[in-house]
Design a protein around this ligand. Sequence first.
Ligand SMILES: [Zn+2]
Length: 59
Amino acid sequence: MLLPVTCPSCFEIFEVTEPPLSEVPCEVDYDCEICCRPMLIFFDESDGEVWAEARGLAD
Ligand SMILES: [Zn+2]
């Protein structure tokens, strides 16, 4: 499964691979596929559905 996330730097939307439900909540380092800037992607779940939210790294 792929989850859409919005890059906090360029605001483009790209897709990341969804982690197994047993592994959330978790966070991963990720580089934007469009602008290549680093970010953290937080994965969590609600009602059995995994969701993702990208956050920029602190300057
Ligand atoms: Zn980006």
